[in-house]
Design a protein around this ligand. Sequence first.
Ligand SMILES: [Zn+2]
Length: 452
Amino acid sequence: MTTQLRSLAPQRVPVSHPTLTTHRLLRFLPALLLLGLWAIANAAAQQQEEPQLVKISDSIYLAPTTGNVYLVKTPAGNVIIDTASAAQAPVARQLLSPEIHGPVKYVILTHGHADHIGGISLWKEPGTVVIAQRNYVEFVNYVARLEGFFSPRNAVAFGRPPKPVGPWAGNFGAQIDPTVFFDEKYEFTLGGIQFQLFSTPGETPDHLTVWIPAYKAAFIGDNYAGAGIPEPMSFPNLYAIRGTKPRWALDWIKSIDTVLALKPELVLNGHGDPIIGNAEITKRLTRYRDAIQYIHDETVKGMNAGKDVYTLMQEISLPASYNLSEIFGKVSWSVRGIYDGYAGWFDANPSTMFDLPPSSIYPDLVKLAGADSLVRLAVEKVDAGKPVEALHLTDVVLASDPKNSGALNARIKAMQVLLDRSQNAVESGWLEYGIAKAKGQLTPANPAASGP
Ligand SMILES: [Zn+2]
């Protein structure tokens, strides 16, 4: 197996993640090059290549589409681990087909994200057992329950047009394909090969890890999140701002420990390349786990010290020794995700207990200060390197005059500054969306070029 693993050419596995599109990564090229992140720059260029089948060993094959699809061959039939997005699933099926001899006995879903469950039907034969962790049911119901809420936000986050949303599916209206669910652990043997499945909540509450002791191989889904990003890896999204429930840091840490305790020689990710060799696996996963632990613990310490969420977002950063970028997950968002995950929405300020937000008095501020003065101040803030303050000021003006060209132009300028500074692909996507939206609000009579 070692020879085969060594012969694996990682560059043949195009990097792929729904939040890190080629376009998004290419936008980052100057910053990536500045940071010396040549690998990511190369990966962005490689993304446009057609995916190719990757032979990991005589028994394990990988179709690296949007969401990796794995085939594990046994003398008694095949096991499929994850099925890609609905759009990419036929590509994965086609790539793996030449290696499929005999029946597909099991389909295992590492978690219920759309880029892993879209092709279940392509693999299902009479008698195929589809396995998921028990939390899968609530997770996919939650996604379906809030489809109308998530659809436009996902469109921005993934850089694609919003998907049409049908009638509300109800609270429990998701299609449930798995036929076997387990809580903590599930085992089966096929063709003499033992498969052990462990509950390993992390990026989602239903995450599972597939462990094949005979090959010392662990399929961990997206719990080494953003694994499509070559080294240096990114910190994970402990909260994804497209809208997610909190991703519990302590659960994630425990799940990584579960994987490390297996002493794998091969870690197979839901996106991107395998990690090969126990020393390398231990180094990378330990660093990742420790980074999550550090951010979690610093946030909790700050909460116990009576600090508010914004203070902690500003104060807490990841020490450079972790050597993790923030191109995928942003530390300050994770701090807020942990804080709000534990405490909910109330910030102990009596003003915020009621149903009128601060924006309810924005028109009064405009009356007092005058829109022109506020716009002037916003421009001064941008010029002084304070684009976020500028955005807040434009919010005040736009609340009562959504087409105020001065405010819109100041806003575009502020977001452009933030975009130029951004080291996070998701953040840059939202800024691009914000700029396009503000430009759309400018009427032809007030083109952006006219300036504030
Ligand atoms: Zn994924």
